[in-house]
Ligand binder design. Structure first.
Ligand SMILES: NC(=O)c1ccc[n+]([C@@H]2O[C@H](COP(=O)([O-])OP(=O)(O)OC[C@H]3O[C@@H](n4cnc5c(N)ncnc54)[C@H](OP(=O)(O)O)[C@@H]3O)[C@@H](O)[C@H]2O)c1
Length: 202
């Protein structure tokens, strides 16, 4: 599978490492263009490449990994989604330092807003709830397996992402649809940022 990534920062690179290790390819993109990513791509190694945002967004599975204030811009003017899958890894922070500040979403879920900006995409919320350092560290903690939450309204695309998470060695937990599940796992929700570890069957 060839994944596109809108964004080429901490989350996109952590995702790329796992996807490449599982035998996939990843096309990273950012606002500064493919040349700005040459070093990152060569460090990631075989299977990684850089492209224009539109090129990454044309692929069947596209990771969205940009800061929340940039989401609208990042999704503007892209090719029709036509049911291609948008994996929403964003969290609705408007500031990180000195303190984390959540955006006022006017009562909507963050992924509902993303879905509204990517009309025709099947949005699956995933990889937002795990801090990159833990994702990088790997699935096993104290003999258990780290959990990654998944929400979405389309069962086929969600099943694919859950399989992908399993292939990375993590334990996917399906929280249901985007409206309820997305709110549980987004920053500010009760399951956000938890380092949940499964010590039972997985
Ligand atoms: N860091 C974590 O532990 C973590 C964990 C889970 C989820 N998240 C969430 O995941 C998202 C990404 O976080 P991150 O830590 O990866 O951020 P980051 O390291 O700052 O990377 C952001 C990337 O997005 C690109 N970008 C910004 N605006 C863009 C646009 N309009 N179009 C295309 N690319 C754009 C940036 O490149 P240019 O500036 O060159 O465009 C950069 O490559 C955030 O919403 C964050 O809340 C973070």
């Amino acid at each position: 599978m060839r994944f596109g990534a809108i964004g080429a920062g901490a989350v996109a690179v952590a995702f790329a490492r796992k996807a490449l290790a599982a035998g996939h390819e990843v096309v990273l993109s950012n606002r500064h263009g493919p040349d700005s990513l040459a070093r990152r791509v060569s460090e990631l190694g075989i299977g990684a490449s850089a492209g224009a945002v539109e090129e990454a967004a044309r692929l069947d599975y596209v990771l969205l990994a940009v800061p929340w204030p940039n989401v609208q811009d990042a999704l503007r003017g892209l090719p029709e989604w036509n049911r291609r899958v948008l994996i929403d890894a964003t969290n609705p922070f408007i500031e990180y330092s000195p303190n984390l500040v959540l955006a006022d979403l006017g009562g909507r879920g963050a992924s509902e807003i993303v879905a509204g900006l990517a009309s025709g995409a099947r949005v699956v919320k995933a990889f937002n709830s795990i801090v990159t350092a833990r994702f990088d560290e790997g699935p096993v903690k104290n003999g258990g397996v780290r959990v990654i939450f998944v929400s979405g309204d389309d069962s086929e695309s969600k099943a694919f992402i859950k399989g992908l998470i399993k292939s990375f060695g993590f334990d996917p937990i399906d929280l249901g649809g985007l409206v309820m599940g997305g709110r549980l796992q987004q920053a500010g929700g009760p399951l956000a940022g938890r380092d949940l570890v499964n010590f039972g069957d997985h």
